[in-house]
Design a protein around this ligand. Structure first.
Ligand code: ATP
Length: 705
């Protein structure tokens, strides 16, 4: 498109709407074409395997081309000036897959001077292959997020569109070439941030801020750790980085996979729609419990035992317990193949075991290696005697022969992760050997089961046991890893959970997102360096995010009164929101006051979250039900109910337009890191926060009142 001469605003908006309609039609055509190919794919594929692969590829392509009628296909436009130099010459950040031919931004030499591009959620091309909408991740789109009056990157005008139900309603121009720049004063950005929240989390592609964009577009090779106060967009950044990396390294990451790790199922369902909305339909999501889910969890440990099992010393205890199973050979091997008897003496067997030990392979691989080496020695003897090499069948038979297997079972017995942990926690002698100098006798006693189950299968495992079994699995087998892992709420990971993630990202990179002030686990991090070391990425950069997009300034100021008590060193956030209200009220009847408050809140648009100490939740739900106010299940983010009663321990990462916090002191008293929990709870509000209490507020908040 060539730059237009000035035209009346309504005509301009109508022209943009026409461009949107044309883009929608073109996307429909692209999808229909993909669907047609999908339908005929099995006829053109030569064999069943190819047909299946092709089918999967086509199904994915069709899903990627889905159109969400409630959001426009583009949200911005870049008009390059008559001479647009460096934005185009950006060879870095080009995708590793074939983009539709001729798309600007894929050709570093392309000249953007005098051209205009619409920037949206995905590439849309017309039937001639000309771009109607550019993907926000394309190199040239970067200027949409980064160009400024000081560094216009060749952009003359940046346009942002306002929309309602998928129709364009307004636009806002910044003439960067004339030194005009709105920054966070943009009306459209403000409207997006202040938009009432209902249902699951949405993408932020239209309004990614420069400091966020820098993280989103960080190299695949770089592991980064984002420390950000509540609502600074950490989750959003992590998800958009996943989408960006998938665009840029599609083939590589499709093979190795991208994984998002979140604190719980509710959180994962809250964020689940973001990546599909960006056309990314193949990203795995899991809680840490899912990752280490080899055994079914059916019991709970005492808190002190849980803490011990999550202690990094347990990694060394398990390593020693695995090593302990390898013993020195005591007998030579004598084996017959029917024609001859072969013998391997103790010396070569010693050498072979020592050598294999030194290689520090996963235990099961080591066992295979020892077997292969024994067979190798037999093979050499056979070659020397018969002057010809024995065949594969002979080698296999010898490898599986009784004497060889007996030897292996004696010096390098087969182990399962469950079997190892079962034995360690059931057998005080093995534990004493493995934990010598690492765990005190009292700690060992605390770990040992009073009444162990007879078998691993019959064991009632705890969540912490599952982490130990996963660690054991890492020592015994080699787990498959991911090309990139995004970990949210990372401040709550225990050292042993970090190791579980490290095993899955050993050959890939990490995006770690968290806030030390929101650490509520007993082992919560106080220093990102330690967490990063346990994750195997000690050199990752720690980048702060400080601009808050969720919590209004008055609410941030209230919550920040807790910060000095949280014993962490984090940069305070500044809120972009100067609207919003804070209402702190002493009441006599909590249930009645909550019902009244929720009723009042329903007079506004958006979601209402009632947050209370876990043991108070049922009563509040019942009170609301009796008063005829329907409440939804926190797990069901798509549900129509606008009111949710959420236990304090389940709100991490979530947000509601209006939050009613019931009895803060009870939330604090409920757990050792109760003040950190309260800080999380107070920072969930998008527009309005009401605090109801019958007993005095925790000290720093009472001062505020
Ligand atoms: N650039 C942006 N434009 C518009 N909205 C944004 C932007 N960045 C973040 N937001 C919005 O701000 C809210 C908070 O973002 P997000 O949940 O990612 O923050 P967080 O740092 O992970 O918060 P917490 O620490 O509480 O988990 C979300 O509604 C998100 O969509």
């Amino acid at each position: 498109m060539i730059l237009h001469a000035p035209v009346p605003l309504e005509d301009e908006l109508a022209a943009e709407q026409a461009h949107l309609d044309a883009s929608r039609q073109a996307l429909r055509r692209m999808r229909e074409r993909a669907e047609a190919l999908f339908a005929t794919g099995d006829k053109v594929a030569g064999d069943a395997y190819t047909a299946e692969q092709l089918g999967r590829h086509m199904a994915r392509r069709v899903a990627e081309l889905a159109d969400d009628p409630s959001t426009p296909l583009f949200f911005g436009r870049l008009d390059f000036g008559a001479s647009a130099p460096e934005a185009a010459a950006d060879a870095a950040g080009r995708p590793d897959h074939g983009d539709p031919a001729g798309l600007p931004g894929t050709d570093p030499a392309a000249d953007h001077a005098g051209r205009a591009y619409h920037v949206g959620r995905r590439h849309v091309t017309d039937s001639a292959g000309e771009p109607l909408v550019l993907d926000w991740r394309a190199p040239v789109s970067r200027s949409f997020y980064r160009a400024s009056a000081r560094d216009p990157q060749g952009v003359a005008v940046r346009r942002r569109f306002g929309f309602s139900s998928g129709t364009l309603t307004s636009f806002e121009d910044e003439h960067l070439d004339r030194g005009e720049e709105l920054g966070t004063a943009s009306r459209i950005l403000t409207a997006e941030i202040e938009r009432p929240r209902v249902g699951p989390m949405r993408d932020i592609v239209a309004t990614i801020q420069p400091e966020q964009d820098e993280l989103v577009r960080a190299d695949l090779a770089d592991s980064i750790c984002v420390q950000g106060a509540p609502g600074t967009g950490k989750t959003a950044v992590g998800l958009h980085r996943a989408a960006y990396l998938l665009y840029l390294h599609r083939e590589r990451l499709r093979r190795s996979g991208v994984l998002i790790v979140g604190p719980n199922r509710v959180f994962l369902s809250y964020i689940a729609a973001v990546l599909p909305a960006l056309g990314e339909v193949e990203v795995a999501q899991a809680t840490v419990a899912d990752l280490v889910g080899r055994v079914e969890v059916r019991a709970v440990d005492e808190p002190a035992v849980t803490a011990l099992k999550h202690d990094p010393r347990m990694a060394e205890v398990l390593r020693r317990a695995v090593d302990w199973h390898v013993t020195e050979p005591t007998e030579p091997i004598t084996v017959s193949d029917g024609s001859f008897r072969w013998r391997i003496g103790l010396d070569p067997l010693h050498r072979l075991v020592t050598e294999t030990r030194r290689e520090r392979l996963p235990y099961a691989t080591g066992r295979d290696r020892v077997r292969a080496r024994v067979v190798g020695l037999l093979q050499r003897q056979a070659e020397a005697r018969r002057a010809e090499s024995p065949g594969d069948a002979w080698l296999r038979r010898m490898g599986r022969s009784r004497p060889v297997t007996d030897f292996l079972d004696a010096v390098w017995p087969a182990l399962t992760p469950e079997g190892l942990v079962h034995r360690l926690l059931a057998d005080p002698e093995l534990l004493a050997t493995a934990a010598d100098g690492l765990l005190t006798p009292a700690e060992q006693a605390a770990l040992t089961w009073a009444k162990p189950a007879r078998t691993p299968k019959a064991t009632r495992w705890t969540a912490a046991d599952a982490v130990l079994v996963d660690e054991a699995a890492g020592l015994i087998e080699r787990p498959t890893g991911f090309g990139h892992v995004v970990v949210d709420e990372a401040q709550d990971l225990s050292p042993m959970q970090c190791r579980a993630i490290a095993r899955r990202s050993e050959h890939g990179s990490l995006t770690l997102l968290g806030d030390l002030a929101q650490g509520t686990a007993p082992w919560a991090a106080t220093d990102w360096r330690e967490t990063l070391a346990h994750l195997g990425k000690p050199d990752a950069v720690v980048v702060p995010l400080t601009v808050g997009f969720r919590v209004p300034a008055a609410v941030v100021a209230f919550a920040n009164r807790l910060l000095p008590l949280l014993a962490v060193d984090v940069p305070p956030a500044v809120s972009l929101r100067h609207d919003g209200t804070l209402d702190v009220r002493a009441v006599t009847d909590l249930a009645a006051a909550t019902v009244a408050e929720v009723r009042a809140a329903l007079g506004h648009a958006g979601s209402v979250g009632v947050i209370a100490a876990d043991d108070a939740v049922d009563e509040l739900r019942a009170a609301l039900a009796t008063a005829g106010v329907p409440t939804g299940d926190p797990e069901d983010v798509e549900a129509a109910a606008r009111v949710t009663v959420v236990p304090a321990t389940g709100v991490k990462g979530l947000e509601y337009d209006h939050v009613v916090v019931v009895e803060p002191s009870a939330i604090v008293a409920a757990e050792p890191r109760g003040l950190h929990r309260l800080y999380v709870v107070l920072t969930r509000a998008v527009s309005r926060l009401t605090v109801l209490h019958t007993v005095p507020l925790p000290a720093p908040l009472a001062d505020a009142g």
